[in-house]
Structures are given as structure tokens and as C-alpha cells.
Ligand binder design. Structure first.
Ligand code: AOF
Ligand code: ZN
Length: 363
């Protein structure tokens, strides 16, 4: 009972690091002695002390005989920081309660083994599902080296992302839009197709306090991004990558002068090879992408099997119109049996709107 209570606090601690720790995990820790919390810690930002080390460092009381609650298995390798197992063993902590094992092959149960070999009692799997949820992006990235991709869109109840004139501001209300800005902080990057830049001229930044901006990635097969667009104009302040099949470097120069980075990718079926692009993005330490479409890019991404989850913001409105776009374009599937299936749906109410989230089953 108490184990659940303390692990819940460790989870709340972990969440304080959300958006700052990527590509490393959010981790939280609580130290308890004689039924009293004597210290807490969390991973504040990438490269900083791990949660366990911070909790140990923050502790003003003797750790002899104390219990450590930590959402992720303590590490046992030298990375940016020394192994947490070392300091735990030296500290006098006698019991370690772990939310979930570390999927990092350098740790993967070896941390638990080292603690046990040193006479520490270890319990694994307290609030495991919740602790696994905390590291969803990290787990995917550490195992595949490819970014975790969430496709996000806002639509009306009749499935339209714009009216027949192309107008889309706004579909959802303020509360839902503020949630989108939070997501932009949680993900390392945000990706759009060039048509979205041409039609909407968005900034794609997070406009909330104490948040960071995602790296903006534009998929632009033929390098048509307008130099006058807000994204290009602000690319010295917010990191911006244009992915293109245009190889002529003199055409790249004006964008580079403005502060953009250019990634060249080969073509696949007359479009930019999105699978290749995702591999390159992964190699740049970018662990996650919030894919904000539009409909052509959304379909290419889905068809290539790179989308991990979908966030559909749904507004209680109807636009109608055969020419009004829906979130996913392209050709689509031929038969209902060919549908892309999703699983583990969750629903949240955000003012008048709802957010339906679900994970893609990649077969
Ligand atoms: C974190 N924060 O609180 C814990 C982590 O490169 P390093 O030294 O920061 O090590 C990163 C690895 O350490 C990470 O992949 C994960 O396996 C493990 N645990 N990482 O960033 C933490 N506990
Ligand atoms: Zn560690």
C-alpha cells in the first residue's frame, strides 16, 4: 500500500522533467526512512544528475537503512554521468523499489542484479504501467534509434480540418490549443509538409511559459518553402530543418543564410523518402516528432509505418463540403479490412472539445 503511495510521488517528481530530458527518460525518486519522506529528486534536464543521485545528494539525513523509490531501474553504466548503482550501494540504502526495468541494453536488469549482489532488497514492477508510460518515447528510441512519432490533428465532428476555402483558424477552443502547445514542449521536434507552410504560415512554437520550442522540420520535396515565411524568418531563434530532394546547393544558400539547416534525402515514388528521413532525424539525437501534417504528409507517414500514435482533437462543429479536407489524404486503403488499426484509446475533455489518443498497431 505504502509502496504505491511513494511510487506515485516518484511519478509526480518524474513529470517535472517532462520535455527537458529528451532523448533521455523522465525519472523520479523518493527516499523514505521510518515511514517519512526524507528526500526527493528527479531528472531535471538532459545531461544533469539522474533522479536517484539528485535524491541522494539532496538528502540531509542519514541514508542508513532507508528505502529508495525510483520510477526506472537505476543505471549501472558510465554515460554522461557515473552509475547510480554505485552511489546507492555506498549510501547505505537497504531497499530499492523500482517502477519498471530500463529498456536501455546497457542497463536492462543488470542494475537490479548489481543491487541484489550487494545485499540490497529490490522490488520491481510497482505501478509498472504508469512508469512505462513515462518512458514511452525513451523506450522506442533506445531500442530502434528512430524517433517516436505522434500524428496530431484538429478536426470537426464531420472529420474536416478546414472549410472548403482552406480556412482552419480555429477549429478547437483555447483549452485544447493550449494542450497542443504543451505537446510541442514534450516532443523534441515538430514536422509539417511544405503545403502547410505555404497555406497557413505557422510558427510551430510553444507559446506557454517555461517551455521549450521543438525543432521545426519541414518536408519539402522540391524546396518550395517561402523565404518570407514566419518559420524561415525566425530560424535563427528556433532551430529549423528543411528536408528536401533538391540537391542544387546554390538553391540551399538563401535558406542557410537565414539560419535553416538543410537535409537532403532521396526520392521514393516521386516523394521525399520519409523512412530515410526518419532514420537521419534519429541519428541527430532527436527522439520524437509531433507530426502536424497536412493530409498528404500524414498519409505518406502512415503508409510508411512510421507513426506510433495519433492524437485527434475533435470539436463539436460541422463544416460539410466535399472539398473540405480531412486529416489524412493520399489514396487511402481500398477495403475496410485494410484499415490501419489503433489500440489503447484514451479520451480527455478539454473545454468543449475532446482529445482522443490511440496507439498505432504496426503490423
Ligand atoms: C537519465 N536520468 O534519472 C536515469 C537514467 O548518459 P547518461 O549518463 O545520462 O545516462 C543515460 C541513461 O541512464 C539512460 O539511457 C537510462 O538508461 C539511464 N537512467 N537516465 O537520463 C535518470 N535514471
Ligand atoms: Zn543513473
Amino acid at each position: 500500500m505504502k509502496d504505491l503511495e511513494y511510487m506515485n510521488i516518484a511519478i509526480d517528481m518524474a513529470l517535472k522533467g517532462r520535455g527537458w530530458t529528451n532523448p533521455n527518460p523522465m525519472v523520479g525518486a523518493v527516499i523514505v526512512k521510518d515511514d517519512e519522506i526524507i528526500s526527493t529528486g528527479y531528472h531535471r534536464k538532459y545531461g544533469d544528475l539522474h533522479a536517484e543521485r539528485m535524491a541522494i545528494k539532496n538528502c540531509k539525513k542519514s541514508l542508513q537503512g532507508a528505502s529508495l523509490y525510483v520510477t526506472l531501474e537505476p543505471c549501472c553504466h558510465y554515460g554522461l554521468t557515473p552509475p547510480c548503482t554505485e552511489i546507492i550501494v555506498e549510501s547505505g540504502i537497504k531497499r530499492v523499489v523500482i517502477g519498471t526495468l530500463d529498456p536501455n541494453p546497457k542497463v536492462a536488469s543488470k542494475g537490479v542484479q548489481i543491487l541484489r549482489d550487494n545485499g540490497i532488497e529490490v522490488v520491481v514492477g510497482i505501478l509498472e504501467k504508469e512508469c512505462k508510460d513515462l518512458i514511452k518515447i525513451f523506450s522506442h528510441y533506445i531500442k530502434t534509434k528512430k524517433p517516436y512519432i505522434t500524428m496530431k490533428y484538429a478536426m470537426t465532428m464531420d472529420g474536416k480540418i478546414a472549410t472548403f476555402t482552406g480556412s482552419s483558424q480555429w477549429i478547437t477552443g483555447e483549452i485544447a490549443r493550449s494542450e497542443v502547445h504543451k505537446s510541442r514542449h514534450y516532443y523534441s521536434s515538430i514536422m509539417v509538409g511544405v503545403n502547410t507552410v505555404i497555406e497557413d504560415d505557422p510558427m510551430l512554437t510553444s507559446r506557454l511559459d517555461n517551455t521549450k520550442n521543438p525543432i521545426r522540420i519541414i518536408c519539402d520535396t522540391n524546396l518550395r518553402t517561402p523565404l518570407a515565411s514566419k518559420i524561415v524568418q525566425s530560424s535563427k531563434e528556433v532551430q529549423t530543418i528543411i528536408a528536401t530532394c533538391e540537391l542544387n546547393s546554390t538553391k540551399h544558400s538563401p535558406y542557410i543564410d537565414m539560419g535553416c539547416e538543410i537535409i537532403t534525402v532521396d526520392k521514393y515514388n516521386s516523394h521525399l523518402n520519409i523512412l530515410k528521413l526518419v532514420e537521419i532525424i534519429g541519428s541527430l539525437n532527436i527522439d520524437s516528432i509531433l507530426l502536424e501534417g497536412g493530409s498528404t504528409l500524414n498519409w505518406s507517414a502512415l503508409k510508411s509505418g512510421i507513426v506510433n500514435s495519433v492524437q485527434a482533437y475533435i470539436a463539436p462543429k460541422l463544416f460539410g463540403g466535399v472539398d473540405a479536407k480531412s486529416p489524412i489524404g493520399g489514396l487511402g486503403v481500398e477495403f475496410p479490412n485494410d484499415a490501419i488499426h489503433l489500440t489503447k484509446p484514451t479520451v480527455r475533455f478539454l473545454g468543449d472539445d475532446i482529445l482522443l489518443e490511440s496507439e498505432v498497431i504496426n503490423r
